[in-house]
Design a protein around this ligand. Structure first.
Ligand code: EPU
Length: 447
């Protein structure tokens, strides 16, 4: 397992290209199972999660090909990615195995497309993960309302569609609000169902809208995405298309906080500030300047950080996926901050590790009280999940001395070449590689 050595104290300055969104790319790749012919996706980040999705699609009969990187005139930063082609060639294999599902919960996104297109799907039930309990009951309920039937056998969900799926009006919200991947799963299935589906309580995240736009390019008839009520008029057939994945708002927010915590200034290219309105609102109250300039976004701070209160919420509220990173930043604020987690109430594994670096954080139920301190210190810390790991990277960038971050495979799931991007703007981050790491090849999966 690779580790990072981060020697803290460098002020970050320069420009970073934001990658395509992981959380858009994964369900969009799964949605390609719905189409006849080839789909070409641009901006799919090279991550272990997108590799896992490619592998899963390969096992489900898709040919997945990553093209060479385009010529790149930039001086710094990692190479740009070539497009990814996905084409279904064999429709006889319908199982998402435990080995893949356990490493990547987004595997559940193949369920809706497989049921709608092939009438049969087997998916290993995802268990809990580093951020707590992650049920899929809303996915199943929504698909059942469209007419799919399910049974559970040996840890697998087995779904069948006796007749064609049939559109209906349904409520998709749960106790913690809407479900992002559940909305996408049901939307994908409804795209090929007979008649109209109305999803009330749909998730409004930009990643849902990105998938809806791609499906519309394939010939689907989806309206109202980005609002809690979506209307999907089922069609008989979807045809492969070309689509560019939206920029990763969580990666962008993480780098805004990297600028802020190091007293630096970063220019973020390919950053959609409209998707980050709650984040910029909170960061501005902390004392971080975020501004649009010449088509890019500039984030800077003089590191006189003010304490704030923040509660995570469904979009357009502050995203749970930036809660840990904000906590790292607020460790250095001038007073006590209150962070409440409303989406995944157990998503606090980073608290203990940040405290090992000198943070003063106390948990009370779903709230963390972060007492600001003047300095963090380097330590050996362990990544527990993707965003918790990003918080530890931020803390390491500013800590006195060296931070050793173990199990960075969690970061590799969701941040494309993070150490290269950070080094290009002045950070001192070194990857200690596990000897067995292999380089990736272009044909990621073949049917
Ligand atoms: N929930 C249910 N039943 C369900 C599904 C969800 O009760 O069937 C609950 C969850 O337990 C949670 C809430 O609903 O309390 C919202 O979960 P959601 O379904 O929206 O999460 P998700 O779709 O599984 C995606 C992202 C997560 C992100 C959440 C919330 C992907 C691949 N994952 O997960 O991203 O935290 O939405 O925005 O898109 C990450 O990138 O680090 C990450 C965990």
């Amino acid at each position: 397992m690779d580790s990072f050595l981060i020697r803290g104290g460098n002020r970050l300055k320069g420009s970073i290209e934001i990658s395509g969104s992981k959380n858009s790319a994964l369900p969009i790749m799964a949605a390609c199972l719905l189409a006849d012919g080839k789909t070409t996706l641009k901006g799919v980040p090279r991550l272990s999660d997108t590799d896992s999705m490619s592998k899963l699609l390969g096992e489900l009969g898709c040919h997945v090909l990553r093209h060479e990187s385009p010529t790149d005139a930039r001086q710094t930063g990692p190479a740009l990615n070539g497009p990814l082609d996905i084409e279904v060639r064999d429709t006889t294999k319908n199982e998402a195995r435990y080995d893949i599902v356990k490493t990547m919960r987004a595997s559940i996104c193949v369920l809706g497309p497989l049921l709608a297109k092939r009438g049969h799907a087997v998916a290993s039930l995802p268990g809990g993960c580093g951020i707590g309990d992650r049920p899929v009951d809303l996915h199943i309920r929504g698909l059942q309302k469209l007419g799919a039937e399910f049974r559970t056998e040996n840890g697998n969900i087995i779904g069948t569609v006796p007749k064609r799926l049939r559109g209906c009006r349904m409520y998709l919200g749960g106790a913690q609000g809407p479900t992002v991947l559940g909305t996408i799963n049901v939307m994908c299935a409804a795209a090929l169902a007979e008649g109209e589906t109305v999803l009330v309580g749909a998730a409004c995240e930009p990643e849902v809208g990105d998938c809806a736009e791609m499906l519309n390019r394939m010939g689907a008839k989806i309206r109202g995405y980005g609002t809690p009520e979506m209307r999907i008029e089922g069609v008989d057939k979807l045809i492969g298309c070309e689509h560019r994945i939206i920029p990763d708002r969580i990666e962008a927010g993480t780098f805004m906080m990297a600028a802020a915590i190091t007293n630096g200034e970063l220019v973020l290219k390919n950053c959609n500030l409209d998707h980050l309105i709650a984040v910029t609102d909170r960061l501005e109250e902390v004392g971080v300047r975020v501004a649009r300039e010449n088509g890019s976004v500039i984030a800077s701070s003089t590191r006189h950080l003010q304490p704030i209160e923040m509660t995570t919420q469904p979009y357009p509220g502050f995203p749970t996926d930036l809660q840990a990173q904000l906590m790292a930043l607020l460790c250095l604020a001038d007073g006590s901050s209150f962070i409440t987690e409303r989406i995944f109430p157990d998503r606090f594994l980073h608290v203990g590790e940040l405290n090992r670096m000198g943070g003063r954080i106390r948990k009370e139920g779903p709230t963390a009280i972060v007492q600001g301190t003047k300095e963090l210190q380097g330590a050996t810390v362990m990544c527990s999940d993707l965003r918790a790991s990003a918080a530890l990277v931020l803390a390491g960038l500013v800590a006195r001395g060296t931070t050793r971050l173990d199990r960075v495979y969690h970061i590799d799931r969701g941040y494309e070449k993070i150490e290269q991007k950070l080094m290009a703007v002045g950070a001192d981050v070194e990857r200690i590689e596990e000897p067995s790491r292999t380089s990736s090849v272009n044909i990621v999966a073949a049917a």
